[in-house]
Ligand binder design. Structure first.
Ligand SMILES: CC(C)(COP(=O)(O)OP(=O)(O)OC[C@H]1O[C@@H](n2cnc3c(N)ncnc32)[C@H](O)[C@@H]1OP(=O)(O)O)[C@@H](O)C(=O)NCCC(=O)NCCS
Length: 295
């Protein structure tokens, strides 16, 4: 680890509440995102391991955090890690601090035996030097299919603690939403993303025990973001149960479990999903990381 005068390197410091709050301040200052809302939702991801530089007053100057993110890729279980919360305070940029925390995080991922490391970024060139490659993502679109069986639904409310508890339970025992590429378990980011999406609808299909994360698009399109539960209902049953008749459907993950196929449309721009791992791990068919799993 290269030395940086007046700064102290710390790894795995989430047990220290003051240091965790200092990271929250760095993320709020850098991205305008308040990660402390996770405290109300059951706490941060317990698998998270941060790598950071602090100054003498305890201010977090630079950070990146690794967390366990088991994935299904091409139908196979993949022991993967995610990297998130990468930031350096403006006055300290350009001195190699980010490189040093990245190297520490990647050493950790390699020593823990993770087969793949994933991240999302608007600066892909920053990560190519560490062996990350951007993956093409697709959305899936079609006119709305007809038919389907209407079951009982109940709208969930992220402000209701009992609904959050129910969501946590369903997310913990969920079936991956796609076999092509999907997280096996990612409770915290689903809840965090849901809390930040004012127009998101979360509807529980009571017979299936599945939560439908969706939104009505501006043009009346049904935007399907995720389905969380032990069962994944057919798209026609989802639409019938929600009692909606949209003109168009856009599914934001590979729909191989929805008993429906849409046209795969390549993403343009936006955040890049990058993966570091063996070539054979690349998804073989069009896919997207579900928006509720973005990290
Ligand atoms: C991007 C950021 C983390 C870089 O931090 P930093 O400490 O200045 O980076 P370093 O000095 O360690 O630079 C490491 C390398 O990345 C390169 N780099 C720095 N910023 C870059 C950028 N925006 N795009 C591409 N490469 C960049 C540097 O040139 C350097 O290259 P080298 O190893 O060949 O010398 C920092 O500018 C930041 O916090 N930005 C705002 C938040 C952000 O964008 N976070 C990452 C998004 S996922």
């Amino acid at each position: 680890m290269t030395g940086h005068p007046a700064l102290v390197f710390r790894a795995n410091y989430f047990g220290d509440p003051a240091a965790s709050l200092a990271l929250a301040a760095l993320l709020d200052d850098t991205f305008g995102i308040d990660v402390t809302i996770l405290d109300r939702l059951g706490g941060p991801d317990p698998t998270g391991v941060p790598f950071a530089w602090f100054d003498a007053s305890g201010t977090c100057i630079a950070n990146i955090s690794a967390f366990s993110m088991p994935l299904v890729i091409n139908g196979n279980f993949t022991r993967a890690a995610g990297l998130q919360s990468g930031a350096v305070r403006p006055d300290f940029r350009g001195r190699g601090l980010f490189r040093s925390v990245m190297e520490a995080a990647l050493d950790y991922c390699d020593s823990e035996g993770f087969e793949a490391v994933a991240l999302l970024t608007d600066k892909p060139t920053l990560y190519e030097r560490y062996g990350f490659r951007a993956l093409a993502q697709h959305r899936f679109a079609s006119p709305a299919p007809k038919g389907g069986r209407a079951g009982a639904t109940r709208q969930l409310d992220m402000a209701n603690d009992a609904d959050v508890t129910l969501l946590r339970r369903l997310l913990s025992g969920r079936r991956p939403v796609s076999d092509r590429f999907a997280p096996l378990r990612q409770v915290e980011m689903f809840l965090f993303n849901a809390a930040l999406m004012p127009d998101l609808r979360l509807d529980l299909m009571e017979e299936d025990g599945s939560v439908i994360a969706w939104q009505q698009g501006e043009d009346g399109t049904f935007e399907l973001f995720d389905v969380a539960g032990a069962q994944i209902p057919a798209l026609t049953d989802i639409l019938a149960s929600l009692r909606i008749t949209p003109s168009k459907i856009r599914v934001h993950f590979a729909p191989d479990h929805l008993d429906w196929t849409g046209e795969a449309i390549a993403d343009e721009g936006g955040m890049a999903l990058m993966l570091r791992g063996a070539e054979g791990l690349l998804p073989q068919k069009p896919f997207a990381l579900p928006p509720m799993a973005e990290f």
